[in-house]
Design a protein around this ligand. Structure first.
Ligand SMILES: [Zn+2]
Length: 140
């Protein structure tokens, strides 16, 4: 039977949206929470995927992002500062909206899947605050 499982991950991260007209152009941060959602057929153990193995799909990326500044490559003002002071940062080639971060995480999880799996869908629900999230799903 097709079944969905989910696991949550949290990290702290700074960012800004340089082109934003409002407050989001300022340097600030969020306690991000990502729900990794996997849908597929059960194996003979009754699992879509072992929750321990789910952690392996995303934990290295969460560790990379935790307490880093996620910097749009075009944001040269902040990027120069981060480099000059040797501060933890991750450079991406997109505006660091929740939508784009969710997409990045979804692609990462798909790339980390084992060659043999029974999944037909990977979804990331990324909470930027407790009231706002972006969701991206990829069908396999
Ligand atoms: Zn923000």
């Amino acid at each position: 039977m097709r079944t969905t499982i989910s696991k949550q991950f949290r990290w702290e991260m700074g960012h800004r949206l340089p082109m934003h007209k409002g407050l989001c152009r300022n340097i600030h941060g969020h306690s991000y929470e990502a729900h990794i959602v996997l849908r597929g057929e059960l194996d003979d153990q009754g699992m879509v995927m072992d929750y321990f193995d789910m952690k392996g799909l995303i934990q290295s990326k969460v560790d990379e992002l935790d307490h880093a500044f996620l910097c749009d490559a075009s944001d040269t003002v902040v990027l120069e500062f981060l480099r000059e002071h040797n501060l933890k940062h991750v450079i991406v080639d997109f505006p660091t909206t929740a939508e784009n971060i969710a997409s990045m995480l979804c692609k990462h999880v798909v790339s980390m899947l084992p060659s043999e799996h029974r999944l037909d869908m990977v979804k990331i629900r990324l909470f930027e605050t407790e009231k706002t999230y972006a969701e991206v799903e990829q069908h396999l």
